[in-house]
Design a protein around this ligand. Structure first.
Ligand code: FE2
Ligand code: FE2
Length: 293
């Protein structure tokens, strides 16, 4: 069955009130025991609650005009999934604040940008930005959970939280895109311009706030510059975390692109079946990790 046919046959589900034990002990440098890798992912994650609230509002702006009942149902579940992601990531943000991280600087940056984009750009362009951001979040599963080594030395609670988020981002990856194409009628040029905008935005966000978090951790300017250089290599070097997935990223610029042309990760069903059987997102996250290559 093609990915599109598989998607058409399945209804999107929102899972609610998930517990990852975020109230308990969490290591400061939870990823590979590496300050720069942990704080780079933390900087991205800290942006999620307010970023995702913006995605919801951009999609919601076209709900009234949407007539296809399947797409309407998907918008509803998309909003519920993103709402749950916001709740869990806000909890993690609180833990980052307790570690001394300047999370509110990121929250302010995101909200200032959201307000600027909403004020100065059309609602079509804001939706195109959302679809481009959603292409990035849909890649999280492929980036972090296809190869076992990527998550081998990650804290199990945070790994399970990322697994759940990555799985749901993959499930709803086409919702904003379909609204953008079918309802907002955004053309090729605007779609590509929005993706360029998002690539620049995410580069600025991660560089600026990884540096800020490492400063909050007490590292000197020299130490931070060295770490930032290493993190660029980790992302973009040979077999880098991002450079290995540039094909998936840049496919977005193909004229006939649709998110369902890209396969779901091979271990997706391990997460879903374990969650359905146990109702436990920690076990589901572990199953996804164990089933990685
Ligand atoms: Fe999300
Ligand atoms: Fe999303």
């Amino acid at each position: 069955m093609s990915q599109q046919a598989l998607h058409n046959a399945k209804a999107l589900v929102a899972r609610e009130k998930l517990d990852f034990g975020l109230d308990g002990e969490l290591p400061r440098w939870w990823y590979d025991n590496s300050p720069h890798k942990s704080r780079l992912i933390d900087a991205l994650q800290a942006a999620f609650p307010d970023g995702e609230r913006y995605f919801i509002s951009c999609v919601r702006a076209f709900r009234e005009q949407t007539t296809d009942p399947k797409l309407l149902a998907e918008i509803k579940t998309f909003i519920r999934q993103e709402g749950q992601h916001g709740i869990v990531h806000s909890k993690y943000n609180q833990r980052l604040r307790e570690q001394g991280m300047d999370v509110d600087a990121i929250v302010d940056f995101i909200n200032r940008n959201n307000a600027l984009h909403t004020k100065h750009f059309s609602k079509e362009y804001n939706l195109a930005l959302t679809a481009a951001f959603e292409h990035f979040t849909a890649m999280l599963a492929e980036i972090f959970f296809v190869k076992k080594e990527t998550m081998a030395n990650a804290d199990p609670k945070l790994r399970a939280m990322m697994a759940w988020h990555a799985v749901e981002e993959m499930e709803h990856k086409a919702v904003a895109y379909d609204v953008m194409q079918q309802v907002a009628k955004v053309g090729y040029f605007m779609r590509c311009a929005a993706m360029v905008h998002v690539i620049i935005f995410l580069s600025v966000l991660t560089m600026r706030y990884t540096n800020r978090f490492l400063k909050n951790d007490g590292f000197s300017f020299g130490q931070r510059m060295w770490m930032m250089a290493k993190s660029r290599w980790w992302l973009f070097g040979y077999k880098g975390v991002l450079s290995s997935h540039l094909g998936t990223l840049f496919a977005y610029f193909k004229p006939g692109f649709h998110p369902w042309q890209q396969e779901a990760i091979h271990n997706y069903d391990a997460w879903v079946s374990t969650y359905e059987r146990t109702g436990n997102p920690m076990e589901a996250g572990d199953a996804l990790y164990q089933a990685a290559h």
